[in-house]
Write a protein that binds this ligand. Structure first.
Ligand code: AMP
Length: 376
């Protein structure tokens, strides 16, 4: 089966790697010459809105999918006229605008932070009255890894914050005092079957995910599954999706949804029988979904800006390094390391995770790891 992917980054790369065992071939539409997925298939090196991108992909692919939410919706809509495209343009439209996303969550009875739309400095002043301070001003579109966000703590910061992001449409969100951040990843196939992954607990620094921990038998697993099920069924979603959640103690508030495989699900490559990438491909090909249950507790550490010494990583038992083959740049995700427990009573597991955090300069996360619900 021939799968066309819009985007050629590491998510497309890992989808293609997962597709090898499923007898699938891949083509990637990606304007970048150095797209890291390119070695795994056919590289259609066009800007997304170049008519050749659509034409060549539709002539080649049986099914089309995408790897990030900034893909132009009109391209996805045009491809939908001629090919099965999963997830749909409706899911993309929803997820690519924070305002649509939050309205949808609330309509489904899912809590979010308080929010208000901001299209001018005057709107921002009114929004602050509604939402309160501290708050976060975010661009509605194209924000990722903490980009397009400004934290507001007092009134004197409003003008500078608006200047730094304007003139694009924004929303203001109240700052949530969460106990922990988790995400639920699930895959839904064309028939509507859903397979849920165990919750992951996530730690960010500078707005970038650094560490994800797969949780076993978390007491809030079912509550999170209900949330993602409602969202998936509302839009007739097909593929793998992630919903990031703030755990407020007595309830969850949803932060955002990703209509794609997600960084906080990378642990599944080593910790589950079927990874989120494999189940995405099975879902869009409408095949039965495979086992998502946790095989071994797994921690995922992102490699930001540099790949550590591979020989040192190889000395850590049950640590697997994924090098995306990207040119290292500050703040860029260039790989990740999954560290798994060797069975239920592996005393070396947490020390191994600590070694990796130390190796990548994330010492301050070690204390957080030891306090996490994963460790209990
Ligand atoms: P986002 O781009 O919306 O996923 O935000 C990146 C990270 O910023 C989140 O994972 C949180 O750690 C933090 N963050 C975003 N929005 C809020 C909020 N309303 N309250 C508190 N922290 C937030």
């Amino acid at each position: 089966m021939k799968i066309g992917i819009l985007g050629g980054g590491q998510l497309a790369q890992m989808l293609a790697q997962a597709g090898e065992s499923l007898d699938m071939q891949f083509a990637f539409v990606a304007p970048e010459q150095d797209a890291c997925a390119a070695p795994y298939g056919k590289h259609l090196m066009y800007p997304y809105l170049d008519p050749k991108a659509k034409e060549e992909l539709e002539n080649w692919a049986d099914i089309v999918t995408y790897e990030f939410e900034s893909i132009p919706v009109p391209l996805v809509e045009a491809l939908e006229q001629v090919k099965p495209v999963h997830p749909s343009s409706q899911a993309l439209t929803l997820a690519s605008d924070r305002l649509n996303e939050k309205n949808m969550f609330n309509q489904q009875g899912i809590e979010t932070a308080k929010f208000a739309t901001v299209d001018s400095l005057q709107d921002l002043q009114i929004a602050v009255e509604k939402v309160g301070l501290p708050a976060i001003l975010k661009t509605r579109r194209d924000g990722y890894d903490g980009k397009g966000q400004v934290v507001l703590r007092d009134q004197s910061q409003l003008e500078a914050a608006w200047e730094s992001l304007s003139p694009v449409a924004c929303i203001l969100e109240s700052m949530v005092n969460f106990k922990r951040e988790v995400s639920i990843v699930a895959s839904r196939n064309v028939d509507g079957d859903i397979a849920y992954y165990p919750l992951a607990e996530n730690y960010h620094r500078e707005g970038i995910l650094r560490l994800s921990l797969s949780l076993q038998n978390d007491p809030k697993q079912k509550e999170a599954e209900e949330i993602i099920r409602k969202v998936m069924e509302k839009v007739g979603y097909v593929g793998t999706m992630a919903v990031e959640l703030f755990d407020l103690g007595d309830k969850f508030a949803a932060n955002e949804l990703s209509p794609r495989v997600h960084n906080s699900g990378h642990w599944s490559m080593d910790g589950a029988i079927a990874s989120q990438f494999k189940n995405h491909l099975l879902a869009i090909a409408n095949q039965p979904l495979q086992d998502t249950s946790l095989q071994n507790a797994t921690a995922m550490v992102n490699l930001i800006g540099a790949i550590p010494d591979k020989d040192l990583v190889a000395e850590i038992p049950n640590a697997v390094l994924y090098d995306y083959g990207k040119e290292p740049k500050p703040g860029r995700k260039v790989g990740h390391i999954n560290i798994s427990a060797d069975g239920d009573n592996d005393e070396d597991f947490i020390p191994n995770v600590i070694k990796v955090l130390d190796m990548v300069g994330q010492q301050e996360l070690i204390g957080e790891l030891l306090k996490s619900s994963f460790y209990k």
